[in-house]
Design a protein around this ligand. Structure first.
Ligand SMILES: *Cc1c(COP(=O)(O)O)cnc(C)c1O
Length: 371
């Protein structure tokens, strides 16, 4: 019934987690499952990761953490996006840990713990270069003198890379040095810096715990090298209709694509309402080298023709023998050479956005699901 068929391979997800754990030397490997486990589904992904041996999860929001708690009763769960005023009781109720990123948040958590008479665990986030979330490095260096640190358990000191996928970017080393300086003032506290790409940096900034997200779901943590991860997500779209258009006919909204000669167009039953970026639209003349979306039909790449619509995408299938493509067939939207990284590139974005936008209308099937 659905226009798009989304396949999620939970055994590949588990295998990717093990690959990342092994790449992290002796450090503990957590899993970042924010944004519905990068679009793959918290309720399915978390049990698969837990069964593979993952005990620590990171999400962005308290609401996501509560969903993780339901399916991972024994896990350690951190909420990255800080502590909103008045929320500590919800953390306690569900056994969650906030990631504290300012002195105000630290004070609120400490006061809550004092009132409870219990030292509940939290992480502290030091911003070593993103300038987004977390204490500044100078603030981090004064942490050791703050009396509030006696009121709760600082279970983790963390920071986040700006550009770990650019292995030669000097900012990586600056962040590692700044993080080490703060860490040295807080002996005995577990430390975590690396995201997916950070795990593979030659400096091996693994510390005590690594926090991969993207690579778990098949994204390439090493953009200039072969992807060491297994694909987790596959997407197929149904062909609704096929038609011939004549020389100089246009296709799609605003008539931005022009046929050069007679072309055969297949209309697929997914669109930007399914999270497929409209920025992958193909504007210009057929046959020009446009950086635009593609799908695979009968194993061959077929370029987009015209603007991506809300519920439909039109593609040029002229190069496929007419009898090899018919109404009801499927086109591979993500799969084979069309990796999430490649789909992102063709839309002028990154694979992260492709995964986290995966549509709610797709029929989802999970492979390798645990009993
Ligand atoms: C999202 C996120 C991660 C995971 O990053 P990936 O690049 O997806 O591996 C790790 N740490 C923090 C703080 C994050 O926000």
């Amino acid at each position: 019934m659905a226009g798009g068929l989304l396949h999620i391979d939970l055994s590949a997800l588990a295998s990717n987690w093990r690959t990342l754990r092994d790449a992290a030397g002796g450090a503990q490997a957590a899993a970042v499952v924010k944004a519905d486990a990068y679009g793959t589904g918290i309720e399915q992904a978390v049990p698969a990761l837990a069964q593979a041996g993952c005990h620590t999860f990171f999400v962005a929001h308290l609401s996501e953490a509560i969903r993780v708690r339901v399916v991972a009763p024994g896990a350690t769960i951190y909420v990255l996006n800080g502590l909103f005023p008045g929320t500590p009781p919800a953390y306690l109720e569900h056994g969650l840990r906030p990631v504290l990123g300012s002195f105000e948040e630290i004070e609120e958590w400490a006061a809550f713990c004092r009132a409870q008479g219990q030292k509940h665990a939290a992480a502290i986030h030091v911003d070593t270069g993103m300038n987004r979330l977390g204490l500044t490095v100078p603030q981090g260096l004064t942490l050791k003198d703050r009396t509030e640190l006696n009121d709760f358990e600082t279970a983790l000191l963390m920071s986040h890379f700006v550009s770990a996928e650019e292995s030669g970017n000097p900012i990586n080393l600056r962040q590692i040095e700044a993080f080490k300086a703060v860490r040295e003032t807080l002996p005995g506290i577990s430390a975590s810096l690396a995201n997916s790409s950070g795990i593979f940096l030659k400096e091996k900034p693994h510390f005590d715990l690594v926090r991969p997200g993207y690579a778990l779901y098949g994204g390439n943590p090493l953009p200039d090298q072969d992807n060491p991860m297994r694909p987790v997500v596959g997407l197929e779209a149904r062909i609704v209709q096929l038609r011939w258009v004549e020389e100089d006919d246009t296709v799609g909204y605003n008539a931005r694509w022009l046929a050069l000669g007679r072309r055969r167009i297949a209309t697929l039953s997914i669109g930007y309402a399914d999270g497929y970026p409209r920025s992958a639209s193909a504007r210009g003349r057929s046959g020009e080298e446009l950086l635009a979306g593609q799908v695979l039909i009968a194993g061959r790449p077929c370029p987009f023709a015209g603007n991506v619509s809300m519920d439909l995408i039109t593609v040029d299938v002229t190069e496929i023998p007419e009898r090899n493509v018919k109404r009801g067939d499927t086109a591979t939207v993500i799969g084979g050479a069309l990796t999430v990284d490649e789909v992102g590139r063709r839309a002028g974005t990154i694979g992260y956005e492709i995964l986290t936008s995966l549509g709610r209308r797709y029929a989802r099937t999970y492979r390798g699901r645990q009993a």
